[in-house]
Design a protein around this ligand. Structure first.
Ligand code: NAD
Length: 243
């Protein structure tokens, strides 16, 4: 466990927080791969790929409207709130979230210290890559939304399987990491299946930083972290940071 002195040092220094679906699980939003995760019952290739959208845009939109509803009805939990507080109080801070929900924002996380690397569930983006118009507009059930500029179909503004991350978001992470090693790297509620997540955590810690993982289960990163907290994020974070 971190001592109070280590926590103070981290707050006076640099903190990288990486979150995944597990931080929002305590708000009632299912994860993907976890025990109650969506991919236990549904096939991601039929719902979360550009090919799936081309084949059946109606089905894909139904799935995303269903998820928008679940997220809209959920509220940030104590874990989101601690991270939001850290985003304001730490001297240097970046939150990299893989989540497409808006619970970090609604908890009050500082927007210029946060990167949503897998996109935003509530954005609509034009499927025509050369247009790529983005808008935040309500989509009604049964309606296939179209781009006002080029009339192509709009799709939910998330990064699907087989798609590349937005270079601008990668650059934001890269700039933060280039400014030097972090005192504390918190990896919360992610299976850490993506190579870039593992890479960013290790690069951020360098030779001197502490990597703390908060997750009830082991992950791809567990064998290399310095502190593994096998607990739910909404319980562990307020206890550790006394916020
Ligand atoms: P994942 O579904 O692969 O894994 C979830 C992880 O959270 C598991 O390791 C699980 O043990 C852990 N977990 C479960 N409950 C927890 C809790 N209470 N506290 C802490 N950890 C807990 O999720 P991932 O690694 O984020 O990757 C999957 C992809 O899923 C991401 O790209 C993300 O965009 C997307 N996703 C997002 C949301 C969301 O926005 N809320 C929900 C589902 C999936």
């Amino acid at each position: 466990m971190l001592t109070e002195q280590q926590i103070r040092q981290a707050l006076d220094g640099r903190i990288l927080v990486i979150t995944g679906a597990g931080i929002s699980a305590d708000s009632g939003i299912p994860t993907f791969r976890g025990k109650e995760g969506y991919w236990r019952k549904l096939d991601p290739m039929k719902l979360a790929t550009p090919e799936a959208f081309r084949a059946n845009p109606q089905l894909v939109w139904e799935w995303y409207l269903y998820r928008r509803k679940i997220v809209s009805e959920a509220r940030p939990n104590a874990g989101h709130e601690v991270i939001a507080t850290l985003s304001h109080t730490a001297r240097e801070f970046l939150l990299v979230t893989q989540n497409v929900d808006d619970l970090h924002e609604r908890a009050g996380a500082r927007s210029n210290r946060m990167v949503k690397i897998h996109g935003d569930l509530f954005l609509n983006r034009c499927f025509n890559a050369s247009c790529a118009e983005e808008k935040r507009e309500i989509v009604s059930e049964g309606v296939l939304p179209k781009c006002r500029r080029c009339s192509s179909l709009l799709h939910p503004g998330v990064v699907w399987f087989g798609e590349s991350l937005d270079p601008a978001t990668i650059q934001q992470v890269d700039e933060f990491l280039s400014n030097g090693p972090c005192d504390l790297v918190l990896v919360i509620g992610t299976t850490a299946q993506f190579g870039y997540i593992v890479h960013w955590a290790l690069r951020a810690a360098g030779h001197s930083g502490t990597i703390m993982e908060i997750n009830p289960d082991d992950t791809g990163l567990s064998s290399v972290v310095h502190l593994g907290i096998r607990e739910r994020a909404s319980a562990a974070l307020p206890r550790i940071f006394k916020i």
